[in-house]
Design a protein around this ligand. Structure first.
Ligand code: SF4
Length: 313
């Protein structure tokens, strides 16, 4: 039996071996970022709601975690913004009380951290990973194309408020796009704001897979190092492109469906698929060739190789 709300475990560039939990359907988000790897936002909103019965997610978590897999994190993330789900708090409590040996992370765009209910629900999480890529309103609108009413001032205030009440770790992502948010003055101002927010870690990220907008290009190693210097954050981590280490443990009974499930969520190379599924690259290549008879399979060449994606029905 497959899983609807769980994916992976994937080898996450920021979290290691991570079991993804998807609380929001494709593709509902409060942002429509130009670099989004998941695709364009089809419903942009800041309204929280229950998208799936939480009992469904809990049943899948029980089934998977009862096998005591080796994981670095159980991560709420997925096809949209997880804090939009009003089941967020319940699912976090479920994992922390039922499977306390697993650290729990929440990948969020940070747009709802000013909401006291969201703050309260996030309390038991071990790590919250919000994004802050600029302090400039115009640049914020250009990168994130947010839901009406969201301003960078409101989001920064939310981050500061959350920092005061939250006892876990905050790992702040700064997503860097050359020519957009890497100007000296912009980075210096952002660095000052980050010092005030006091995250435990700062992770400099850049495009790794095709983004929503083809003009977005990744920052190179040197550009990231220079950005860290201007930010005044020499300890900031540069997130490296996806590694291709050992395969994960999970075995999928239907590899073709698994590949479709993976590339529906985000574009992947043959190497990415091989790493997550444990299938040999040649086997993945053969399955991709078979899947290519279906017009829903799309491919796009990028610096890291050919990325495959799967469009909706
Ligand atoms: S990158 Fe994250 S926040 Fe931005 S549109 Fe995609 S899912 Fe939403």
């Amino acid at each position: 039996m497959g899983y609807t709300h769980l994916f992976g475990p994937v080898s996450s560039r920021r979290l290691g071996s991570s079991l993804g939990v998807d609380l929001v359907p494709y593709k509902i988000c409060s942002f429509d970022c130009v670099y989004c790897e998941v695709g364009s936002t089809t419903r942009k909103t800041t309204s929280r709601q229950e998208f799936f019965p939480p009992s469904e997610v809990e049943a899948e978590l029980t089934r998977f975690l009862s096998t005591t897999p080796t994981l670095d994190f159980v991560t709420l993330s997925g096809s949209g913004e997880p804090t939009l789900s009003s089941s967020l708090g319940r699912v976090i409590r479920f994992v922390k009380s039922g499977f306390p040996s697993y650290p729990l992370a929440v990948l969020t765009n940070g747009s709802l951290l000013w909401d006291q209910e969201v703050q309260r629900e996030l309390m038991p999480a071990d790590v919250v990973l919000p994004t802050l890529s600029t302090v400039n309103e115009e640049t914020f609108q250009r990168i994130h194309r947010p839901s009406p009413g969201l301003t960078i001032g409101k989001i920064i205030q939310g981050l500061k408020d959350f920092r005061i009440v939250y006892q876990g770790e905050i790992w702040l992502e700064v997503f860097l796009i050359p020519g957009v948010n890497m100007g000296r003055d912009d980075l210096a101002a952002l660095g000052e704001e980050i010092q005030r927010i006091r995250p435990e870690r700062v992770q400099l990220n850049t495009l790794d897979r095709p983004g929503t907008e083809p003009w977005v290009r990744p920052a190179g190693r040197e550009e990231l190092a220079e950005a860290a210097r201007i930010l005044g954050l020499p300890g900031a981590e540069q997130i490296q492109p996806a590694s291709h280490g050992s395969p994960h443990e999970r075995v999928f009974t239907d590899p073709a469906s698994m590949i479709v499930e993976m590339i529906q969520r985000r574009p992947c190379t043959v190497e990415d698929i091989s790493e997550v599924t444990g299938l040999h690259r040649q086997a993945v290549g053969k399955l991709i060739r078979e899947l290519s008879r279906d017009p829903r399979l799309r491919s796009r060449r990028e610096a890291r190789g050919i990325f495959y994606s799967w469009t909706g029905d």
